[in-house]
Design a protein around this ligand. Structure first.
Ligand SMILES: Nc1ncnc2c1ncn2[C@@H]1O[C@H](COP(=O)(O)OP(=O)(O)OP(=O)(O)O)[C@@H](O)[C@H]1O
Ligand SMILES: [Mg+2]
Length: 150
């Protein structure tokens, strides 16, 4: 497990880029953290770093957005899911057992559907308004050095 402190949005974006560089096809990246923690900020940075050219927006109402990149990206926000059947209706199994990368915001809401060995990233609030603690499980360590702070 790796713990990184992000001091501002810019640092979270840099951390997202480093995470993206470690991802490979079929990876499942689960994001958890309170409202406004930075899950979408991190997801967008990962998406652009994977080579997504389209504008990335939060899939809050549509549950999933699909993007073409070197590896296809499936970006989920499952905040609104309260019945696991809804996930099967949108074809979740095909996504998670597919060749693309799945990035799932609020993955803790569908924990029972998440395969073991998935990558988990938890973002929590820190001591001041822009500080976040980012915990990464299941991924090789990323090198994020504080000299990159803006
Ligand atoms: N260190 C930081 N890292 C990420 N975001 C930060 C940081 N500091 C401040 N912010 C701000 O926090 C907000 C994060 O919003 P974001 O939409 O990424 O959160 P979220 O976890 O996806 O929330 P939701 O669950 O509501 O979708 C943004 O307004 C961003 O500017
Ligand atoms: Mg979000």
């Amino acid at each position: 497990m790796q713990k990184i402190i992000s001091h501002n949005e810019y640092e979270t974006i840099k951390i997202g880029e480093r995470i993206a560089s470690k991802l490979k096809k079929s990876d499942i990246v689960c994001l958890e953290g309170d409202l406004g923690a930075g899950k979408t900020t991190l997801s967008k940075a990962i998406a652009y770093a994977l080579g997504v050219k389209e504008h990335v927006t939060s899939p809050t109402f549509t549950i999933v957005h699909e993007y073409e990149a070197v590896i296809p990206l499936y970006h989920f926000d499952v905040y609104r899911i309260d019945d696991m059947d809804e996930m099967f209706e949108i074809g979740f199994e095909e996504y998670i057992y597919g060749e693309g990368i799945c990035l799932i915001e609020w993955a803790d809401k569908i924990k029972e559907l998440i395969p073991e060995n998935s990558i988990w990233i938890s973002i929590s609030y820190g001591n001041n308004i822009d500080e976040r603690e980012i915990q990464i499980n299941g991924l090789p360590e990323i090198d994020f050095i504080q000299s990159e702070r803006k």
